[in-house]
Write a protein that binds this ligand. Sequence first.
Ligand SMILES: *Cc1c(COP(=O)(O)O)cnc(C)c1O
Length: 374
Amino acid sequence: MSRVFNFSAGPAMLPEEVLKKAQDELLDYQGSGMSVMEMSHRGKTFGGIIEKAEADFRSLVGVPDNYKVLFLQGGGWTQFAMVPLNLMRNHKAAYIVTGHWAKKAAEEAARFGEVIIPASSEEENFSCIPDCSDLSIPDDADYLYICENNTIYGTEYQTLPDTKGHILVSDMSSDFLSRPIDVEKYGLFFGGVQKNVGPAGVVIVVIREDLIRDDLLPSVPTMLQYHTHAEKGSLFNTPPAFGIYMCGLTFEWIKEQGGLSAMQTLREEKAKRFYDFLDESRLFRGTARKEDRSCMNAPFVTGNADLDAQFLKEAEAAGLVSLKGHRSVGGMRASFYNAMPMEGVDKLVSFMKEFEAANREAILSETKEEEADV
Ligand SMILES: *Cc1c(COP(=O)(O)O)cnc(C)c1O
């Protein structure tokens, strides 16, 4: 067996201990004689799994009693529709557009009501988080929506926007459980788990109870109402049972590591090691504004497409994989989720140093060309 350092933005690395535990229990889950994949979701055994997963999640995050935790299907994208379908009472909401996913969410919401964009960084090619300290939000907007970590562009909110008393809704898919969450600041937040928590197929929604309505328009599909799932403890229909079980194992792992503040310390150390090198590199440079840089996803380029391609190829041969940047940014992107060991970050930085040294001539001749151009 040889595992690589997988820098993918998602689906992404899971902790090896979690995968091994799942492997151990795969054929015979705790004496049940069957796999979690094979058992009834109405049975006692799975009941125990989902209850423990929810309890562990609640204690990790510190979810107050007046919030529901829902394990749903359909990924982040389904939440782009469920949020407006369930929360738009006045058919109006504000969306801060800071990247691809925030923009897609805003476009989806526009199917159901009026979307106001009080701030956007689109003109800066999403390289930063706009100033959100004094937004102009109409009083009758039902909520303010943000994407807290921009997976593709590598920016992350360092402070939450001033919502001016509006309900805050956040997509936390790519920094979910990487740092403590001040739950009461939000009306609702969600995370597709394939970025930092578990296998694709589960999205976790945390919603304040008073926002769950049972008087939605009759045209809202049963499966797209939070009420449906909240009432049945996420067991309205057959849930993504194996995925929920895997999330539960990850929650246990995070608890063993010391919880969300330990995850935060770890992510900050990883980001520091990477960005310290990036800032002094003469070959590589980051594409996001320094103050807004994400601890989770770091896009970077050499400025030369051929050199980028050569880097990716050589990195892969060295066991550092999935470093290709998203097509809208180009270059490279390294994702440092909870399960990425420090060793992976150190290996990447050493590899980049070596690559830089080996290609010094290319850099020097480019500098000369630039000088000649002036
Ligand atoms: C990946 C991602 C999504 C989309 O998730 P799906 O589960 O593929 O629908 C949404 N938001 C963010 C921030 C993401 O990183």
